[in-house]
Design a binder for this molecule. Structure first.
Ligand code: PNS
Length: 164
């Protein structure tokens, strides 16, 4: 069976935690679509095009991973793509409540789509895009949290040099 999975998120910016989920999803599903959300009610550091560009570069070596963006409901996007699986990473219990609500709501919207949770690898479990932006905002070291390409762009965007 060829299973198409969508891995949606803000990816503002992509972190090692996201890349861990992409890597593992690519071994489980035949095709993984990393879908950057465009209409999130959040203030973002990077434009959609910038987030897509970073993710494309970071996933270049995977032949079954593609990067796209979506606007509107995730379930409508999944239907358009013929995807029956949504992948989400779970870092800690604190993620659970929000993910639980979202998975159930999505199931109500589209019964033929299942959300599959992957536990983010232990060494990445404390990483979030918010933490990356916060630390970088104060000029702190983010090398262990994001790849070099992302590190450079975060500091460039913030007009800071940052530590390495
Ligand atoms: O990385 P994030 O910010 O946790 O990702 C959240 C995202 C983008 C996956 C979620 O907000 C989403 O799916 N938004 C699209 C709108 C939608 O379908 N909302 C209903 C879900 S309950």
């Amino acid at each position: 069976m060829r299973t198409i999975a969508v891995y949606p998120g803000s990816f503002d910016p992509p972190t090692y935690g996201h890349l861990d989920i992409i890597d593992r999803s690519s071994r489980v599903f035949s095709r993984v679509i990393v879908a950057v959300a465009r209409n999130i009610r959040k203030e973002v550091l990077f434009t959609t095009a910038e987030r897509i560009d970073m993710l494309k570069q970071l996933t270049r070596s995977y032949s079954n991973v593609e990067v796209d963006s979506f606007k509107g409901l995730l379930m409508s996007y999944a239907a358009d793509k013929g995807a029956h699986v949504v992948v989400r990473g779970l870092r800690a219990i604190s993620d659970f409540e929000y993910e639980f609500q979202m998975a159930h709501m999505n199931k109500k919207l589209a019964d033929d789509v299942d959300t599959v949770f992957m536990m983010t690898g232990e060494r990445y479990s404390y990483i979030s895009s918010n933490i990356v932006r916060e630390i970088a905002g104060f000029g702190g070291k983010i090398d262990d949290l994001v790849p070099e390409l992302v590190r450079e762009r975060v500091f460039r965007k913030m007009g800071k040099r940052g530590k390495s």
